[in-house]
Design a binder for this molecule. Sequence first.
Ligand SMILES: Nc1ncnc2c1ncn2[C@@H]1O[C@H](COP(=O)(O)OP(=O)(O)OP(=O)(O)O)[C@@H](O)[C@H]1O
Ligand SMILES: [Mg+2]
Length: 580
Amino acid sequence: MKNFEILKRLYNEYTKKHLNKIFLAVFFSILVAVSTSATAWLLDPAIDKIFLNKDQTLLVIIPIFIIIAFATKGISLYIAKVLMIKVAEEVKKKIQIDMLSSFIQADTENIENKHTGKYISNLNFDVNQITMMLSNSFLNLFKDGLTLIGLLTVMFVQNWRLSLIAIIMIPFASITARRLGKRISKVVTEAQEKSGDLNKYLIDLFKNHKIIKIFQREDYENVRSEKFVNELKEKSIKISTVFIRATPIMEILTGIMIAILIFYSGKLIMNEQLSLNNFFSFLAAMMLAYQPVKSLATINVGVGQGLSAGKRILPIIDTINKISQNSEKNNLILDTGSINFNNVKFNYLSNLENKVLKNINININGGKMTALVGQSGSGKSTLLSLIPRIYDPNSGTLEIDGQNIKEVNLFSLRKEISIVDQNVTLFDDTVFNNIKYAKPNATDEEVYKAAELSMCIDFIDKLENKYQTIIGENGVRLSGGEKQRLSIARAFLKDSKIILLDEATSSLDSETEEKIQKALEKLILNKTTLVIAHRLSTILKSDKIFVMDKGIVMDSGNHEELLKTSETYQNFYNKQISKN
Ligand SMILES: Nc1ncnc2c1ncn2[C@@H]1O[C@H](COP(=O)(O)OP(=O)(O)OP(=O)(O)O)[C@@H](O)[C@H]1O
Ligand SMILES: [Mg+2]
């Protein structure tokens, strides 16, 4: 994306609607410029009329004007800054909302291929760079630009020859600043990456804190954490030093300029081509111009940072999901809920070599329970996740009651499907809200009923605040089996026509499991259920069993048939199922 395009988009989508505030800020910037110039200009009558001509009335009036000029400058500057801070914060909010909404919509595959830490630093660091560009750089552009114009006018009115000498120096200053700007954007990008790495590392630390303890790797992690922090420190120092490098150069240039001016103006005064009052007013204007020149010369730095942040952020907001909502398509119309896989092939984007599903052709009967068995890594969970379109197959089609699921409204498809995942994930919220998540419009009674059916009541009763207990990040305050039961409660509450159970009861003791199985039996009655199972009891109840091996469905049939005909199943049965 080109810089101009980024600016155009930031303006059109985020800044344009605050134009009234921005114009107001420009108005106050004009006041700043006028009052600053006035302070320099007032020295002329002050010296001429008060000091040289000893005018009594102006002795009072000019100081009063000076107070007014300074007060106007101070107040206007304050108002202009506050206005732009407000605009910048509004823009920040909107960008963050857009980013979050793009994260919420993002394809699972995209999320999996990027680390949370990166997203966090995009959301904070980068968005801040854009805010700074608006509240600092652009405000300085108006304010200092206008002030410089005002001061240059005073200078030219007082003496144009001296002014010409003074402006010759401006290009020198801006050339150094431009070179600086490029260097800074590079360092800032590097710093952004480092801060992303630090975020990533912090998240890993939190996730793995028990592992660190068990394997006693505290020292190792201390060294690693120091490395991350150190790298960030190095980059931050670089940024700051590149910034202040501008100052000595500017100071030297100013010194040279003043020396030349004093020499030249001394000559003009000696030849009576310049009077003292003009000289002092000119000098004051020139000194006051120093700050705006410096700020304008380094403005490209802030803008550069904002632009490179924009370059990172806008693509995130623009990400087009491969799995589209299909909102214009027809709703899925369910009959019995039969599911067909036709020549389905699939591999994960992150590993193209690993052909996870190779030409799957199966027919899952509607309203019946079907089991999927197979070795670890054979592709069972992957196959399941294709049904609610968490991923799309690389080729082949999936049909539910004869409708290609890629061609129906995604919302209507997912509405019909419940999934109890192998890895249960929960929100850091109350037990109640975690269950209710499955059906936002559920009544309290429905939630309690679901909790009862999934045997959650047992542990909820023991919690300090019962249903209102906060369960911690991803349910850290619950046991594995308790989390699984919450996940099952969600499925009870959603009560959809298609139910996908991925080792749904694997973490439960046999007594609890038995009770849940009974409840599940009621839940899945007349529903299409696909269950990944290791337990014989589940498999025996299934209408049909698919045996998977290395991404291929090897055999299908019921338990007795398979025991007789399928070698893979026999192996699997002997090694896995009979043990359970
Ligand atoms: N998100 C992912 N990205 C890349 N590869 C993946 C991903 N998830 C799984 N895989 C790979 O896909 C293959 C099938 O994984 P899958 O989870 O479907 O197996 P499974 O049959 O459910 O195994 P298990 O019984 O252990 O749960 C594995 O080789 C795994 O390494
Ligand atoms: Mg699995």
